[in-house]
Design a protein around this ligand. Structure first.
Ligand SMILES: Cc1ncc(COP(=O)(O)O)c(C=O)c1O
Length: 391
């Protein structure tokens, strides 16, 4: 069994990733979405096998990843995926960019709800389209993430009425951690269908839905949703291997798939590597035990963080999410202005993502990465408290 407390900061720095090496060793990095855990054994074995056969040529992309993902989705995500309507791409963000181009007319806007995973705000512009920001509605002071954050369905309807023709959905939602309900998504589907639009659903965090909570794929909401949905995902986030390119784009009708493969340029689709493909197949087929262990560890860290914040940090609000390993910490009452992460980095040497990077309504928040060991988490929470005590 994997020991999710095994790795030290020294061992993590030695891995050479951006997360642990961009700043000096005095800074504790709890920012970018990467886990501080040993690689899942089946994934490590698959990579060893590629290395042993020196399999570093151009990858022959076949249907093994689509089939492995379809089995995983049925087993763990309550989601039907047709491998025949699933295309392999190098990265989730690449898949989103291609989907925006294929499913949004050139002069139409792309709705991005905020706070948003920052790249969503950039991608429409890369394709020459406008990102139309529609902030989530917030019930301030709500006790659960499901009560706190809602899609602004009227705002989304207005954006479509003004010419938007697609929406990038993040289900589960980075950064707030919500799994949107069937009712909320069914209403979204009715609006999008009214304008003959598309939902580009990034579900990379779906396997990270916490124990006792169920993911709901947008394509599973109802037939209307499925008919205009592009689902994009990868095992890269949930098995922490973003350096091994391989992701999938799934359509949920024959017509949708035909439109995608006819209009997506093959040069844009190509780029998944042999390592990425084998790692995704191994994770989707043999990774359940590791993933269950990681989720149990993350759930433990969520509870630990909630208890610490409530007991020690009266000016910070933390509403645990349904999914993802992020704590979306609300420091708006902490008297540190729009960018409390900068203060905490300076005074506490703890590096979190500044909430303002996720859009204007992220100002005053910090995103803390909880996919770490107990020792690193305790160090991080201690640094957060020290920084707040230094006000
Ligand atoms: C919602 C979301 N989508 C996509 C990505 C990145 O995926 P990829 O590296 O495959 O482009 C991330 C990474 O954190 C993410 O949080």
């Amino acid at each position: 069994m994997t020991n999710f407390d095994a790795l030290t900061p020294e061992a993590l720095r030695a891995r050479g990733s951006m997360k642990w090496n961009r700043r000096g060793p005095e800074v504790l990095p709890m920012w970018v979405a990467e886990m501080d855990y040993p690689l899942a054994d089946p994934v490590a074995a698959a990579i060893d096998e590629v290395v042993a056969r020196q399999g570093f040529g151009y990858a022959e992309v076949d249907d093994r990843v689509p089939r492995a993902f379809a089995d995983f989705a049925a087993r763990r995500l309550g989601m039907t995926v047709n491998p025949g309507w699933t295309t392999v791409v190098p990265h989730v963000l690449a898949g989103i960019e291609i989907a925006v181009e294929v499913f949004t007319p050139k002069d139409a806007g792309v709705v991005v709800t905020t706070p948003a995973y920052m790249h969503f705000l950039v991608i429409p512009g890369l394709t020459g389209r406008e990102a139309v920001e529609v902030p989530l509605l917030e019930t301030r002071g709500a006790a659960s993430v499901d009560e706190q954050w809602h899609l602004d369905l009227e705002g989304i309807e207005r954006a479509f009425a003004n010419g938007a023709r697609s929406l990038i959905l993040c289900q589960p939602y980075n950064p707030v951690g919500k799994v949107f309900s069937r009712e909320e998504l069914a209403e979204l589907a009715r609006i999008v269908a009214r304008y003959d639009g598309w939902v580009i659903s990034d579900e990379i965090h779906a396997p990270l839905t916490l124990p006792a909570i169920r993911h709901l794929a947008y394509s599973e909401v109802d037939e209307t949703a499925a008919s205009h949905c592009v689902t994009i995902t990868s095992a890269s986030k949930s098995f922490s291997m973003p350096g091994l390119p391989c992701a999938t784009v799934s359509l949920h009708t024959q017509a949708g798939h035909d439109r995608f493969v006819t209009n997506a340029h093959p040069d844009h689709l190509y780029g998944a590597t042999t390592l990425g493909i084998e790692a995704n197949v191994a994770a989707f087929t043999g990774g359940d035990e590791w993933l269950d262990g990681a989720l149990a560890k993350i759930a433990q860290n969520v509870a630990r963080t909630k208890a610490f914040v409530d007991a020690e940090l009266p000016d910070v609000r933390y509403v645990p999410g349904d999914a993802t390993y992020f704590a979306w910490l609300d420091l708006r009452e902490a008297g540190l202005g729009d960018d409390p992460a900068a203060w905490v980095l300076d005074k506490g040497k703890l590096w979190m993502n500044p909430g303002g990077d996720f859009g204007a309504n992220g100002k005053g928040f910090c995103r803390l990465n909880l996919a770490t060991t107990s020792a690193i988490l305790d160090d991080g929470l201690g640094r957060l408290k020290a920084a707040l005590d230094a006000r």
